[in-house]
Design a protein around this ligand. Structure first.
Ligand code: BGC
Length: 778
């Protein structure tokens, strides 16, 4: 199960440079634990929560023995202090906490508020502390960019640090458990929840899952500044048919294991403390009652000892799925599938008290108590409830600086046809900032945050205005049109400003509330009158940077045609505007890469780079009887891994530098910044397993490294491949290795072409040859 060796080595190196940055940036009060040494960061030591496996813990067994049935069911019941779902809040919440009928709450935050609730728990007979769970998805009060932007940074160390900071802030506000990271693979941009994950690739998804879990959980859950993490939503949630959140997924077990499960396995390796099943059903079974997903895969195959928490009201929803006749039966099904905590259905207290149910309840209670113990709550139920600490940590300026850098590093440069970026400021006196997303501060924050505040947030307009004006330039603004509705009545006003300015920065995209949970789209173009606004601004001839503030891949054909300079900012959090300025003027090099394919049209969806070859693969010019569209190219507009840099780079051909017949196989090459300014580039390693017993993807990402290089500077990129990295899920669903040829490509996006083939058997490398299009073997 331990995989992605090459990545771990990669992290170690990139972590070195990042740690330098971190040590400059972060408050000394955070201590060593916040940014552990790279070696510790890469370590596979079992986490605290797994060491205290409940069955062996006499303290927990003794406590269990004292508990009444009602108290046991109480530990398995979770209730919301504020609402994030359809159920009404119940007035008797406080009373039920004091009688031990509720073991955890969600969506309550703030040390003082949490303290009030913990006081109630301390009035209960056994004084079992409450858990405070919260959706800390992309930051707490210091809102980081949406997770898909973080993935676009291709910098897992950045995601690790963002999670570390978010944990520190949230834990100082009383929280000890986050429902993050979401590690669902997403191949359908219609699905609103693509904002929450790391995109379409199992390797990239695994890398970010590991980084985020380690970031939230740190080295010990007992530290005041760590949170228990939650890998969600197991599994296949991102494959909802038609991109409709909550709808059925149809995934074969092979695809599930090949593509959707690896990020969950990576979260397991990183020691994730909790797991949340997904709302939807797959193959006739909703995940919350899936003995295959939960009992067999999670508990038996992966040996997960931690807590499974239901999604919001999802146990009751088993009735809508029509596999249970009543609430009690729904509860029994979920409990049998080892769902330990019932979030918001309040069903477990209706379970029948019989020997078999009690046995299952006892196991679930032990897991919940073990989590509380690993968080240090039995030693001090108030350990996360320090208002002075909350004051000093929440929205700490140093955290904001990290959020600014994260937002800048998540930017992806889609077009730079006139080499306008980075901007030459000597040529600009008056800048027109135009577009509905420019002053939309709420959208800049992004969809999934509960405590982020508009007043803390620097919108694109504010960031550009403050920074340009500080350099003596004039900034003017017009919205041009609304972000969603069709209304072109104010476009002319924007055109007038564009015509009287030296530069236009046009901020377009999606409003936040068409992204995220349940916010799916069938059209992926710019909404409303935004395309018209863009085309009319472009027609003025004033130099224009088109900036996209959105939460998912969009279909950008016409946008791209009208935008010689096209920059993807995403919904970039509290520091959106400052980060935008940083990348536009080149203070932070633009080097992000797309973690999801950007299709040409909705009709191409789902479209992802690591698809299978088929019996009739496409051949250019031979459309008939081959995979093809009659009315569109097959290729995407922007492929996975794509993103331009603001310099020119030379990437030498990769070579194997390790001796034959040893593991790992080490592949190296040289990356040189041959341009005239500091810039970023991300060499990416793609492998193609040429023949194997289960059809292979056409290529698979197996390593990447993001570098910042000064003009003329060179570095060696280096990837290490273990035998495990070359293995795959066999026909019997076990991981297998088969000897054979692998084509090796290193490039700067997923279109990279192989430059050599390597023959590998169980001893390691046993042969090399030119790519198969070259017939001569070397
Ligand atoms: C979402 C979860 C979230 C939960 C609690 C649900 O609607 O699917 O991802 O953690 O609400 O807010």
């Amino acid at each position: 199960m331990i995989r992605h060796n090459s990545f771990r080595r990669t992290i170690r190196r990139s972590a070195l440079t990042s740690c330098l940055f971190a040590s400059l940036l972060l408050s000394p009060s955070l201590g060593q634990d916040v940014f552990p040494s790279p070696t510790v960061w890469a370590s596979q030591a079992p986490p605290a929560v797994q060491r205290s496996f409940p069955k062996e813990d006499p303290f927990l067994l003794e406590l269990l023995a004292k508990m009444t049935w009602k108290e046991k069911c109480g530990q398995l019941t979770q209730y919301a202090g504020e609402l994030t779902g359809p159920q009404p809040i119940k007035a008797e919440l406080f009373e039920r906490i004091s009688t031990g009928e509720i073991g955890s709450v969600l969506s309550v935050s703030g040390a003082a508020r949490c303290r009030k609730m913990q006081d109630e728990a301390m009035k209960s007979r056994l004084k079992i502390p409450l858990l405070f769970a919260f959706d800390v998805i992309h930051g707490y009060r210091t809102v980081f960019p949406i997770p898909i932007s973080e993935a676009a940074s291709f910098d897992p160390d950045l995601a690790y640090r963002a999670a570390r900071i978010s944990a520190t802030e949230a834990a100082s506000a009383g929280i000890n458990w986050t429902f993050a990271p979401m590690v669902d693979l997403a191949r359908d941009p219609r699905w609103g929840r693509v904002i929450e994950g790391a995109g379409e690739d199992p390797f990239l998804g695994s890398v970010f899952a590991r980084a985020r879990v380690k970031g939230f959980q740190g080295e010990s859950l007992e530290s005041w500044n760590t949170l228990a993490a939650c890998a969600k939503h197991l599994a296949g949630y991102g494959a909802a048919q038609g991109g409709r959140d909550y709808d059925t997924s149809e995934i074969s077990e092979m695809t599930l294991r090949e593509a959707y499960l690896p990020p969950f396995e990576a979260a397991m390796e990183a020691g994730v403390a909790t797991v949340m099943p997904s709302f939807q059903e797959t193959a006739g079974r909703p995940s919350h009652a899936s003995t295959f997903l939960l009992n067999q895969l999670l508990r038996q195959e992966w040996g997960f000892p931690g807590v499974v928490v239901s999604d919001y009201g999802a146990i009751e929803e088993l009735l809508n799925h029509r596999i249970a006749e009543g609430r009690q039966e729904a509860g029994a099904l979920a409990l049998a599938a080892t769902v330990d905590i019932d979030m918001m259905s309040d069903i477990y207290r209706t379970l029948p008290l019989d020997a078999e149910t009690e046995k299952a309840v006892d196991q679930a209670v032990l897991r919940v108590l073990a989590l509380k113990k690993s968080l240090g709550l039995f030693d001090d139920p108030y350990r996360y409830l320090d208002e002075a600490r909350e004051k000093s940590e929440v929205l700490n300026p140093k955290f904001r600086a990290a959020a600014r850098r994260a937002a800048a590093r998540g930017c992806v440069l889609l077009e730079n046809r006139d080499s306008l970026l980075p901007l030459d400021l000597t040529r600009v006196k008056r800048v027109a900032v135009i577009g509905p997303l420019a002053s939309d501060t709420r959208s800049a924050l992004g969809e999934w945050n509960l405590v982020g505040r508009v007043e803390d947030t620097i919108s694109p307009l504010e960031g550009l205005r403050d920074n340009f004006e500080a350099r003596g330039m004039e900034v003017v603004h017009a919205q041009g049109c609304p972000s969603w509705q069709t209304d072109s009545s104010k476009i002319q006003e924007a055109i007038d400003l564009a015509q009287s300015s030296d530069l236009v920065i046009l901020v377009l995209g999606e409003p936040y509330d068409v992204t995220g949970e349940s916010r799916n789209r069938t059209q992926l173009g710019l909404p409303g009158s935004q395309l018209e606004l863009l085309q009319r601004v472009a027609a003025t001839g004033t130099k224009t940077v088109t900036v996209l503030a959105n939460g998912r891949p969009l279909t950008l054909g016409e946008v791209s045609a009208a935008s010689p300079t096209l920059l993807l900012l995403w919904h970039a959090g509290v520091e959106s505007g400052n980060a935008l300025f940083d990348v536009i003027v080149g203070d932070t090099p633009i080097g992000g890469k797309l973690p999801m394919t950007f299709p040409r049209s909705v009709g191409q969806v789902p479209l992802y780079y690591n698809h299978k070859n088929s019996g009739r693969p496409p051949v250019e010019g031979q459309e008939k009887y081959r995979i093809a569209y009659h009315d569109s190219p097959l290729t995407p507009l922007y492929p996975f891994g794509y993103g331009l840099t603001t310099s020119t780079f030379e990437l030498s051909k990769p070579v194997v530098v390790s001796p034959p017949k040893t593991w790992p196989i080490v592949i190296e090459g040289r990356l040189t910044n041959s341009g005239e300014r500091e810039a970023d580039e991300v060499p990416q390693l793609y492998l193609t397993d040429e023949v194997r017993s289960v059809t292979p993807p056409v290529k698979e990402l197996k390593g990447f490294q993001r570098f910042t290089l000064a003009p003329g500077e060179s570095v060696n990129y280096r990837f290490e491949l273990s035998k495990e990295d070359l293995s795959f899920i066999g026909l019997d669903f076990e991981r297998v290795f088969e000897a054979g040829w692998f084509a090796v490509a290193v490039g700067t996006d997923s279109r990279a072409e192989p430059t050599f083939r390597m023959r590998v058997d169980s001893t390691g490398l046993v042969g090399l040859s030119r790519p198969s299009s070259d017939s001569s073997e070397g």
